[in-house]
Design a protein around this ligand. Structure first.
Ligand code: FPP
Length: 255
């Protein structure tokens, strides 16, 4: 039997936590496109809002499972910049649910030492919800057991465009030279700059696309598309996803 070749260390390896000790079997950073709430409700003859409510329970379970398994960052796509195309009734159901979730779960987030971070232009949600969101972020700022990143009114292309504009503005002002606009420099302008590299991206409900979520960050992530509808995604499903990840061989372009 021949021994498997040792993974080659490179910048991506270091960023993904491979430096020195070989591949990590637990992803540091997991992101989820939580899809299928509507179909889950439809299958039961329930209104879409019931699917989102059940989806919020899955959020609680996924966060618990991520924490229990030593994942450092869980990033959830809660509302995309394209979701504004939904009916005003559904949008208000979703925002009401977020408000309710924040109210009900904030104590748990504090108790479980969860740091909360928001990405996306969440200011679009208006006064009261924005205040609540920011208050929750503040109250959880010193927590360090796990970081829960909630993407709200998030779109990856808009994020990259904004980062590009900021770098271009620095160049126009003469603060940086053009060669300084490197991959690292762009990464450092993204809203995820303070987070470890994305290791695993999961999408539920059988759809096989990224839908403008973490396009830059997913460059070397393992992608996992599951048929499970988001409200059915439980602790066991999360643990299974981690097991699939552990079996994948990450090469980062090498061999
Ligand atoms: C996709 O299902 C899901 C969403 C657009 C919203 C996700 C929101 C939650 C899970 C609830 C609240 C979130 C938090 C962080 C508390 P879909 O409606 O597109 O389902 P379908 O494709 O079956 O219609």
């Amino acid at each position: 039997m021949t021994a498997a070749p040792a993974p080659k260390a490179g910048a991506a390896d270091n960023a993904a936590g491979l430096a020195g000790g070989g591949p990590r079997s637990t992803p540091r950073h997991v992101a989820i496109i939580m899809d299928g709430n509507g179909r889950w409700a439809q299958q039961r003859g329930l209104p879409r809002a019931a699917g989102h409510k059940a989806g919020a329970e899955s959020v609680r379970r996924a966060l618990q499972a991520a924490t229990d398994n030593g994942v450092e960052v869980l990033t959830l796509y809660a509302f995309s910049s394209e979701n504004w195309r939904r009916s005003s009734e559904e949008i208000s159901d979703l925002t009401a649910l977020m408000r309710y979730y924040l109210e009900r779960e904030l104590k748990t987030l504090e108790k479980e030492k969860v740091r909360l971070k928001l990405i996306g232009d969440y200011s679009a949600f208006g006064g009261e919800l924005v205040e609540r969101l920011e208050r929750a972020v503040e109250r959880c700022a010193d927590n360090s057991r796990i970081t829960l990143v909630v993407a709200l009114n998030y779109g990856s292309r808009a994020e990259i465009a904004a980062a590009s504009r900021r770098l271009a503005a620095k160049a126009v002002r003469g603060e940086i030279e053009l060669p300084a606009i490197t991959e690292q420099a762009i990464g450092a302008e993204l809203q995820t700059a303070d987070l470890p590299e994305l290791d695993l991206l999961i999408r539920t409900s059988g759809e096989v696309r990224l839908s403008n979520f973490l396009l830059w960050q997913a460059a070397y992530a393992e992608l996992l598309f599951l048929d499970t509808l988001w409200p059915d995604f439980d602790e066991a499903a999360f643990t299974n996803a981690l097991a699939v990840y552990a079996r994948r061989q990450r090469r980062f372009g090498g061999r």
